[in-house]
Design a protein around this ligand. Sequence first.
Ligand SMILES: [Zn+2]
Length: 342
Amino acid sequence: MPMERDRYSRQILFRPIGREGQSKLAQSRVAIVGMGALGTVSASHLVRAGVGYVRLIDRDVVEESNLQRQSLYLEADALQHRPKAEAAAQILREANSEVVIEPIVDDLHATNAEWLLSDVDVIVDGTDNFQVRYLMNDISVKHGIPWSYGGAVSSHGVTAFFRPEQTPCFVCLFGSDASMPGHDTCDTVGVISPVVSMIASLQTADVLKYLTGNEARIANRATHLDVWANDYYHTELGQPREDCPCCKHHQYRALDAKSGAMAVSLCGRATVQVRPDHPVAIDMEAFARRLAAFGKVNFNGHILRCELDGATLTLFQDGRALVHGTSEPAVARMLYARYVGM
Ligand SMILES: [Zn+2]
């Protein structure tokens, strides 16, 4: 007990949180979707703050180019191509062993979103993906769970805290299809670390307000900032739209969509993800031996990387694969079909 008091003493001294707020945090559950730059900063804040349970969801592995801003990862994680969710979980457990941390190495899609997000108190957006944001929004509205939206690219970013029935939802603000092929991404125009930390910190502040019973302190507006242009401003969120198909008519288009797509291009980074229609269990060791006949294979017990036909294939146990070295879904599908099988 003295340890616990000491650990959180400065946060408990902060009156709006106090002992009561701290105890609420300990009983709270949060899911963070995407453990890139935003997700790692949010996770670090929330785990250190003493949120009782934190689920980390990410489908990707650590790469060298992540280290500049994804603050929980080390060079060894990039060298070993460790799954981000697992690498983050390990370091966060060392930072606060009192928190239950559950890493999920998978992407969020229509068939698992409800299972992964409907049993938490708040959802935190750490993605750079509009399709996934629509899924989070659908879950948020359907299950009455707020979500903290954040996005950062280049030197600018935006954040807002969406609360079902109190604020507009993502569909109210952006319509039903805001996925914008060709829009700026961190992989095409870059991103600097300070803007990421600021956006994730603002996201976390709202999460802490919500979880500690200080919901009235959450502004009904989006915060925009550009750390290079020294530009900081707000836009009012206003009221939910009367004709919103999601939060007024309860049509959950993202959630109801069939996840039939066999290949999804990860825009702008010469990587395509291929996912089978149904999860499968691959015998990875046997597979590593088989692929060794075709190219250089690296198998670390969880994931298998193999260089094939000028591309690199990263295969996960559930049959999902990342094909690096192409941005053509058809090429990725072909490589997958040739070496993994469909
Ligand atoms: Zn709405």
